[in-house]
Write a protein that binds this ligand. Structure first.
Ligand SMILES: *Cc1c(COP(=O)(O)O)cnc(C)c1O
Length: 405
C-alpha cells in the first residue's frame, strides 16, 4: 500500500535507515564513548536477534512465561451503550506484570544474555519500566540497576518495593529536580562506565538508534497478534485502530501490524488540564522539531528551547517528546494524532470498569476514551483499542482524587 509517496509493503526494511533515521527524525546524538557502546548493541541486534535460536527462545518465553498471545475482547456492552460501532480491546493488561512493557524488556534482557552481559541498566519515572525490567532480569538471572529520582522514589513506593522484591538495585538520584530527567542522565552515565558488562535497556521507542527500532520490533507482537486475531474473530480488518502515546511503544507495536492495511490509525496523546504549556504532554500535537535524550523528534520546549515541563493524570504518558517514528508517521499523515483530556480519561476509566469488568490503566483509559468518541462519530464499523495495561496500580490515586463514581 502506498501512502503520500511511501511504499508500506517494504516499510520495515527501509525505516529506519542504517543510521537510525525515519526521514529526518531519529538518529543518534550522543558522546563518542556512548556511541561505541551502542554500536555494539546495534551489531548484536542485527545478528543475534535475527537468529533462529533467539527467535525460538523469545517465542517460547512469550508463550510460557508472559502468557501470550493475549486475547482480544469484544466490548459488547460498551459498544451497545454508544450505538452501532463495535469496539474491541487488545488485552495487554493480561500480559504478565499487567502491561505491554514486558514485551520489550524480555527481548532486551534476552539479548543481554546472548551478548554475555551480566547486568541490565535503566532509569524509571513512575516505576513501570523498572518493574518490567526487574522482572526480566530475575527471569534470566541478570543483575539489574534501576536509576530513579528521589522524588519519584517517594511517590512510587509500591513499585520501588516490587523492584526490590524482584532483586533489583534501586539507585537514588538526588541532584537537580531528582525526577525522570536526572535519572535518565545518571543511567546513561553508568552505562558509559559499565558497558563492557552491562547493557542499557530503554523503556519505550525512544533514545538514540538502535532503541526505537529494537523496541518497535519487540512490541510489534502486539499488532501482529491483534491483526490475526481480529480477522479470525470478525472475518475482516478493523476500520480503525487506537492506542495511547507516551513514548509510544504500545502504540508503535500496535500500529506495526496495520500500517500496510486500509485501516485508519489513531495515536492518543494526553491533553491533561488543557492546551497551555505545562498543562499537558501532547508533544506530537503541540510540539516542534528538536533533539533531546540523544535523538531528533517532535518535542515540547520551554522559552529556552529546553524540554518543557509536562503534565498528565497518567504518569506513564508525561514525557515531553515521543519516539522518532511517531514524528515521522505524524508528518506523513499515515497516523492521526489527537488528544484526550484528564476528565475524558477518568470518565472512560469508570465506564469500561462498570460496563465490561475491566479496570484499565489510566494511560490506557486515554485510548478507551478516544475509541468511545470515535464510535459516536463513525456511525458504523469497528474500532480496535489497545489496552496497554491494567489499572490496579492506579487504585489509590483514583480513590484519593476522584472517589468512587
Ligand atoms: C508506560 C505505559 C504507557 C506509555 O508508554 P508507551 O511507550 O507510550 O507505550 C502506556 N500504558 C501503560 C499501561 C504503561 O505502563
Amino acid at each position: 500500500m502506498q501512502y503520500n509517496g511511501i511504499e508500506f509493503d517494504t516499510y520495515f526494511k527501509n525505516y529506519p535507515d542504517k543510521d537510525g533515521f525515519f526521514g529526518k527524525y531519529g538518529g543518534s546524538y550522543i558522546s563518542d564513548e556512548l556511541q561505541k557502546a551502542l554500536n555494539e548493541i546495534t551489531e548484536a541486534y542485527f545478528t543475534i536477534c535475527k537468529s533462529r535460536k533467539f527467535i525460538n527462545e523469545l517465542r517460547r518465553i512469550r508463550k510460557e512465561f508472559q502468557g501470550r498471545p493475549t486475547p482480544i475482547t469484544h466490548l459488547e456492552r460498551l459498544s451497545n451503550s454508544l450505538g452501532n460501532v463495535q469496539l474491541y480491546a487488545k488485552r495487554e493488561d493480561l500480559n504478565h506484570t499487567g502491561a505491554h512493557k514486558l514485551n520489550h524488556c524480555m527481548g532486551e534482557a534476552l539479548l543481554a544474555k546472548y551478548m554475555g552481559k551480566k547486568k541490565v541498566i535503566a532509569e524509571t519515572g513512575a516505576g513501570q519500566h523498572g518493574v518490567a525490567l526487574a522482572t526480566a532480569a530475575a527471569y534470566f538471572g541478570l543483575e539489574c540497576d534501576i536509576y530513579m529520582g528521589s522524588v519519584d522514589i517517594m511517590k512510587q513506593a509500591p513499585n520501588v518495593a516490587r523492584m526490590k522484591i524482584l532483586g533489583a538495585n534501586v539507585i537514588e538520584v538526588t541532584h537537580g529536580l531528582a525526577t525522570l530527567k536526572e535519572a535518565v542522565d545518571a543511567a546513561f552515565e553508568a552505562y558509559a562506565r559499565e558497558y563492557k558488562d552491562a547493557i542499557y535497556c530503554i523503556g519505550s521507542v525512544l533514545g538514540p538508534h538502535p532503541f526505537p527500532l529494537m523496541v518497535r520490533d519487540f512490541q510489534s507482537i502486539v499488532g501482529i497478534e491483534a491483526r490475526e486475531q481480529f480477522i479470525e474473530m470478525t472475518g475482516e480488518l478493523p476500520d480503525a485502530v487506537v492506542a495511547c502515546v507516551g513514548g509510544g511503544s504500545n502504540a508503535m507495536g500496535t500500529f506495526a501490524g496495520f500500517l500496510n492495511d486500509p485501516v485508519d490509525i489513531y495515536g492518543v496523546e494526553p491533553l491533561g488540564r488543557g492546551t497551555a504549556l505545562g498543562d499537558h504532554a501532547a508533544s506530537l500535537t503541540y510540539g516542534t522539531e528538536g533533539i533531546m535524550h540523544g535523538f531528533n523528534s517532535i518535542m515540547l520546549k520551554d522559552e529556552n528551547g529546553e524540554p518543557a515541563p509536562v503534565y498528565s493524570v497518567a504518569s506513564g504518558l508525561d514525557y515531553p517528546s515521543s519516539g522518532p517514528e511517531h514524528a515521522f508517521l505524524h508528518d506523513l499523515g499515515r497516523v492521526k494524532y489527537d488528544v484526550i483530556s484528564d476528565d475524558e480519561t477518568i470518565d472512560a476509566f469508570f465506564t469500561l470498569s462498570r460496563l465490561e469488568g475491566i479496570i484499565p490503566a489510566i494511560e490506557s483509559s486515554h485510548a478507551v476514551a478516544y475509541g468511545m468518541k470515535l464510535a459516536k462519530t463513525m456511525g458504523r464499523g469497528s474500532v480496535l483499542i489497545t489496552l496497554s495495561g491494567r489499572g490496579d496500580k492506579d487504585m489509590d490515586y483514583i480513590i484519593e482524587n476522584y472517589g468512587i463514581r
